[in-house]
Design a protein around this ligand. Structure first.
Ligand SMILES: NCCCN[C@H]1CC[C@H](NCCCN)CC1
Length: 290
């Protein structure tokens, strides 16, 4: 009964709204306010501190792209780390890759994990994979304890820079990610919106170019329920075997059998992988010049 509007100082003067059928959960964890509501047309919705994290209707776009853009860019991913992503959607996507033998996830807020398992079983299904180990804690601290050259891929599925995820957008964190990756390893981070956050993106690209001596690329996709309707990703590789993000070494398409053992890919395919790196001129100018 009524509308939820996503009002935030991170996107002043605009607000995306969703019609609410019923509020299903409201709580306050150690870190943030957590809410779940049944929307009229986007399924259930997860909200943290007033910011939409995912909806059942369009989460496939974000989870599939943030996962398969990096994992399809290296020939044989084995050890994968997810920072954030407590809802489990990225785990569900990583587990489609049969070459992977170890999936670690570090999520700071246990309430996000518990709420996702209770209200979003088709997203939290990712936790059921035996390769998954959940670490509840701060990703910055977790990475400090990771030996050098441990992971083939690291996915940083964070919320936004205002709140618990703030440190995940800063240089020291990127440096600890680079150390934890093997030579030619890849990282994919949630990297905001070219319509809203070109300055944040400028800083992230500049930091990444200083730290990641392989390739550094920005990709983007459409997610209707994120502000401005798009979300971006930083794709970086460490020095070592070259990674060409724009031409996936390990391509998958919807009809691949071993990828559909967990239901079909709804969004990702090789064409949209390549297209994700095509940017409008105002973004190219900033990103290619850093
Ligand atoms: N596994 C889903 C987690 C979603 N991560 C983020 C949630 C907040 C969202 N704000 C977008 C703000 C405008 N760029 C970005 C993705």
């Amino acid at each position: 009964p009524g509308w939820f509007s996503e009002i935030s100082p991170m996107w002043p003067g605009e607000a995306h709204s969703l019609k609410v059928e019923k509020i299903l959960f409201q709580g306050k964890s150690e870190y943030q306010n957590v809410m779940v509501f049944q929307s009229s047309t986007y399924g259930k919705v997860l909200v943290l501190d007033g910011v939409i994290q995912l909806t059942e209707r369009d989460e496939c776009a974000y989870q599939e792209m943030i996962t398969h853009l990096p994992l399809c860019s290296i020939p044989n991913p084995k050890k994968v780390l997810v920072i954030g992503g407590g809802d489990g959607g990225v785990l569900r996507e990583v587990s489609r890759h049969s070459s992977v033998d170890q999936i670690d996830i570090c999520e700071i807020d246990k309430m996000v994990v518990d709420v996702s398992k209770q209200f979003f079983p088709d997203i939290a299904v990712g936790y059921k994979d035996p390769r998954v180990t959940l670490h509840v804690g701060d990703g910055v601290a977790f990475l400090k304890g990771v030996p050098e050259d441990t992971y083939d891929a690291i996915i940083v599925d964070s919320s936004d820079p205002i709140g618990p995820a703030q440190e995940l957008f800063e240089k020291p964190f990127f440096a600890s990610v680079a150390k934890a990756l093997r030579p030619g390893g890849v990282v994919c981070t949630q990297a905001e919106s070219i319509w809203l956050h070109m300055h944040i993106i400028e800083d992230i690209v500049s930091n990444c170019r200083q730290i990641f001596k392989g390739s550094v690329n920005y990709a983007w996709t459409t997610v209707p329920t994120y502000p401005s309707g798009v979300i971006g990703f930083m794709l970086c590789s460490t020095e070592g075997p070259p990674v060409d993000f724009k031409h996936p070494a390990n391509p998958i398409d919807a009809e691949d059998s071993h990828f559909n053992s967990k239901g079909t890919l709804k969004f990702y395919n090789s064409e949209i992988h390549a297209a994700a790196f095509c940017l409008p001129s105002f973004a190219k100018k900033v990103i290619d010049s850093k």
